[in-house]
Design a protein around this ligand. Structure first.
Ligand code: M6R
Length: 608
């Protein structure tokens, strides 16, 4: 979604702002803009609809050597994508960039009768409000910002500069992340630490309710109630290689291919291959607390939700006396759901910033239930607000479609489940098959990726002409099929839906015709024969079937069989998901769509 960058120092601000915005491109946006101010108070505001390259073309005609500025990528919420609606917004002598939503903007607008609004955005209302308190420099800018924010209902991460004092940037946050980069004689700002990589390793993550005044050599942070805050400087762990394509054509393929390594990072120091013991420090639960757990709520959106569903299928296999409920965050936050005693909530999010997931976390905490984060982005809001957590450590995921995070989220949750089972006294022998397969999984992933990568290009090409797909699976293959369908639809725009195979006869079988193809996940195991019968039902109705299987037994005549070779039995569906990921990738390449930034989507959904 929207991105913010800012710079004050001795270097060219335009250069940093553009490079920073490019780093945030992956979050999704439809217009972009920057403003810089010269020493003598001349502002250069440049905005463009569409991609950053359009903005760059305009900047090339108005090159400046200003040393302070702010920039923004906008993902439209109020008002269509257009130059007028792009940020920064100007009001008098101030300029503002804003992430989030000002819910009471209509009421506030009513109070600003004299201001001539030029956009349809809620953000411009905030700029005008700040300007009204600033009164052309009669009051310190930071005070004007605080006064305005006290009237605001909604979410924001903002940065404000004024032509009157081109030495300071005022920033504030409530619900939309901001990271301040601490440099030598320069201070950076971004809504995502990836924009700071290569410029500084030292970062301060602003908290909700805080406002900061940044100059090139000082950072003063206070709460909106003027209480001073002593900021904690943290290290940015990401390196440049992690946010570059590294020889791949697209981040999506890079991220699919790096799963052997990213899963190793998830497992590092947490699982003992010899003893089979799993130890997670982050959740901070004692054995007594783990033993007491009777109910798990797993909360997430999109891929994180699917990871929770799949992990739930596994955890209930080996953990006694436990019920598991995996919920969609945007639904759960408005339900009147009863949470039984002795529950623990797993809050699953790659970005750690998803608005609905964050809202659930806060609701669940209010009910006194302990929350454990299964998060990737270090220092993100969810990671900071949960009671404990297990980072999945897969490194930055840049492509909008989530891939490596899914695999590691599932395994991190399964490992958490194993710690519960261990504490509840489940024999090591019963857990060993799971532990053994998890330990082997990175190499099994590598082998399967090598085995199927080339052939998936061809298989995807065969189905390019279809507009509809049905993904099918039973047991653990069912949530995996759901994830496969999501991957295909979000990047290739093929209408794909997943069904539990047993549900087919209850409705979806009516769909089978020449407009559809059916992608079947068929792992060996106790449900194999039943699933094969289901395949026959589809074939009998003229289905166009692709089978992904680890079985040597499959002998029905279908259009394509993607055979994976693996010693994994329990977790074979996770390997089948790699096939679905590659299928979605090659389908999108074949169709010539934007692989890493599918239309209408954002990487991190920070608004409801
Ligand atoms: O950052 P999160 O894991 O909280 O994001 C949740 C979903 O927005 C995300 O998984 C989304 O569904 C992806 N585009 C799926 O590939």
């Amino acid at each position: 979604m929207c991105g913010i960058v800012g710079y004050v120092g001795n270097k060219n601000a335009q250069d940093f702002l553009v490079s920073g915005l490019k780093r945030l491109e992956y979050r999704g946006y439809d217009s972009a803009g920057i403003v810089t101010v010269s020493k003598n108070g001349e502002a250069t505001l440049i905005r463009a609809k569409g991609k950053i390259v359009n903005l760059e073309e305009k900047i090339a005609k108005e090159k400046k050597d200003d040393k302070i500025g702010i920039g923004h990528t906008r993902w439209a919420t109020h008002g269509e994508p257009s130059e007028a609606n792009a940020h920064p917004h100007q009001a008098g002598s101030i300029y503002l960039v804003h992430n989030g939503i000002i819910e009471n903007y209509k009421d506030l607008k009513e109070t600003l009768k004299d201001f001539k609004f030029e956009s349809d955005t809620d953000s411009e209302v905030l700029a005008a409000l700040i300007d009204s308190f600033y009164d052309n420099g009669k009051h310190p800018l930071v005070n004007a910002v605080v006064q305005a924010l006290k009237l605001v209902k909604g979410t924001y991460g903002i940065a404000v500069i004024s032509k009157n004092n081109p030495e300071e940037i005022i920033v504030a946050r409530a619900g939309s992340p901001l990271v301040i980069g601490v440099g030598k004689d320069e201070t950076f700002l971004a809504s995502d630490a990836s924009a700071l990589v290569g410029h500084t390793k030292r970062a301060i993550y602003l908290n909700d309710g805080e406002v900061a005044r940044l100059t090139k050599d000082s950072i003063e942070i206070k709460t909106l109630n003027a209480e001073p805050v002593s900021a904690k400087v943290e290290e940015i762990e990401t390196n440049l290689a992690a946010i570059q394509k590294g020889g791949y054509d697209h981040f999506l393929l890079k991220e699919i291919m790096e799963q052997p390594e990213s899963l190793v990072e998830t497992l590092r120091g947490r699982i003992n291959a010899e003893t089979g013991v799993v130890k997670l420090g982050g959740p901070g639960l004692t054995d007594t607390e783990l033993r007491k757990i009777k109910h798990l709520i797993i909360v997430g959106c999109g891929t994180a939700y699917h990871a929770g569903l799949l992990a739930g299928y596994y955890i209930e296999q080996f953990t006694p006396e436990i019920t598991i409920e995996t919920v969609i965050a945007s639904e759960y936050r408005y339900r009147q759901a009863y949470i039984p005693e002795d529950s623990i909530a797993l809050i699953v999010s790659q970005s750690g910033e998803t608005a609905d997931t964050l809202a659930c976390l806060r609701e669940i905490k209010k009910q006194g239930v302990k929350t454990i984060g299964i998060v990737n982005a270090i220092g993100s809001t969810i990671a900071r607000e949960v009671d404990g957590g297990t980072y999945v450590h897969v490194g930055p995921e840049i492509s909008v479609a989530s891939t490596k995070a899914f695999t590691s989220q599932v395994i991190a949750m399964v490992m958490f489940g194993i710690t519960i089972a261990q504490a509840k006294g489940v024999r090591a022998g019963a857990l060993k098959p799971y532990v053994d397969e998890i330990v082997k999984m990175p190499e099994e992933i590598r082998a399967v990726l090598n085995e199927v990568n080339d052939s998936m290009k061809t298989v995807a090409g065969n189905y390019k002409k279809y507009e509809h797909a049905i993904y099918l699976g039973r047991g653990t293959a069912y949530p995996t099929a759901m994830e496969g369908a999501l991957k295909l639809k979000e990047v290739s725009y093929i209408d794909a839906n997943a069904y539990a195979f047993g549900e087919l006869k209850h409705g979806p079988l009516a769909l089978v015709d020449d407009r559809f193809f059916e992608m079947v996940l068929l792992p060996e195991g106790e449900l194999y024969e039943k699933a094969v019968s289901n395949v026959q039902e589809v074939l009998a109705r003229g289905g166009h079937v692709v089978i992904i299987t680890n079985s040597d037994e499959f002998d029905l005549e279908v259009e394509n069989v993607v055979k994976i070779t693996t010693s994994l039995k329990l977790f074979a569906p996770i390997l089948m998901n790699l096939v679905s990921q590659l299928f979605a990738y090659y389908m999108t390449v074949a169709k010539g769509y934007n692989v890493d930034q599918p239309r209408n989507l954002a990487k991190s959904v920070t608004v409801e």
